[in-house]
Write a protein that binds this ligand. Structure first.
Ligand code: 48H
Length: 281
């Protein structure tokens, strides 16, 4: 016999267990695209407490549609070990080029990340950051349907020792950090340089190279890196996104352990210039 109220009780109790365990994190990841899910999975496998906040209902970001809605993705040699690590089936195409089914890839990334213990809060939009003593110390969230309905509802705060902007082309966390805190980022100009046109070879290289901390406590991976640092776009080749996700997980792990230049929880400012004032976010 099924009791309808028990179903409601089960969902609400289990959901709030999950939500409560996401209130104080080692890493808050904004965006459940390929770079965010790969970073989340490796951090969780290394024992870190990680949650991913995704404004859409589905995870996977830009993977599902492959290129122009042809649902295959291309991956280069360097990223094959990540595909293998996630159990993603791939096929050799020509020298150095491999393909994978986009739906299978999106599903496998979400499966492996959640299997590793990553909490995913979907339909949950990050609209602001927490800022204390010169560092980003968390994110401010609101349910996406509430945000898009324009309801006057206050958001809630999530504490995190490190925050990852994996929001893709929009680089939303970096934008809010610059806009609201007058922050100087660790970029060539100190601001958000803006994404350039299509040039896959250069774009992939630059995304991987510039993946890392952009402001104390705030890191960027994936397409957000191209937007922040002024890299070229690369179309539906996804190796750079996966490698960028893995690279940022290594950097964050090092910083959480206190071994890196931007040691999480410390006040070191790395290349970024801390904003003045005591914080107003
Ligand atoms: C919560 C948010 C918010 C927010 C956005 O776009 P993505 O797939 O990101 P990446 O960087 O992992 O992968 C990029 C890739 O998909 C791509 O677009 C490529 C390779 N393009 C090349 C080209 O030339 O165009 O995923 C980002 C995710 C999405 O699911 C968004 O919904 C989500 O972030 N998101 N989630 N709060 N404020 N903003």
């Amino acid at each position: 016999m099924i009791n309808d109220v028990t179903v409601t009780r089960a969902i609400s109790e289990r959901f709030f267990e999950k939500f409560q365990s996401a209130l104080e994190l080692d890493t808050a990841i904004v965006g459940a695209g390929p770079s965010g899910l790969v970073a989340a999975c490796y951090l969780a496998r290394a024992g870190r407490r990680v949650a991913v906040f995704e404004s859409k209902l589905s995870t996977g970001g830009g993977i599902w549609g492959g290129g122009m809605l042809m649902n295959e993705i291309v991956v280069q040699d360097d990223a094959l070990e990540i595909l293998d690590d996630f159990g993603i089936v791939h096929r050799a195409y020509r020298d150095g080029y491999h393909t994978a089914d986009a739906v299978h890839t999106a599903a496998a990334l979400a499966y492996r990340a959640t299997e590793a213990g990553v909490i995913v809060l979907n339909a949950c939009r990050v609209e602001d950051v927490l800022f204390r003593d010169g560092r980003i110390t968390g994110v401010v969230v609101l349910w996406s349907p509430v945000a898009s309905a324009g309801l006057h509802v206050d958001p809630l705060s999530i504490g995190a020792r490190t925050v990852l902007d994996a929001t893709g082309h929009a680089a939303e966390v970096a934008h809010v950090t610059v806009r609201k805190l007058d922050a100087k980022l660790a970029t060539e100009t100190g601001g958000i340089v803006g994404e350039r046109s299509m040039w896959a070879e250069s774009g992939e290289r630059a995304v991987i190279e510039h993946t890392g901390e952009i402001f104390p406590g705030l890191y960027a991976a994936g397409m957000a890196v191209a937007a922040i640092h002024g890299g070229y776009r690369m179309g539906p080749i996804f190796g750079g996104m996966l490698i960028s996700g893995r690279k940022v997980s290594e950097i964050i792990k090092r910083d959480l352990d206190g071994a890196g230049p931007g040691a999480a929880g410390s006040e070191s400012g790395r290349k970024a210039v801390p904003v003045t004032g005591s914080g107003r976010s």
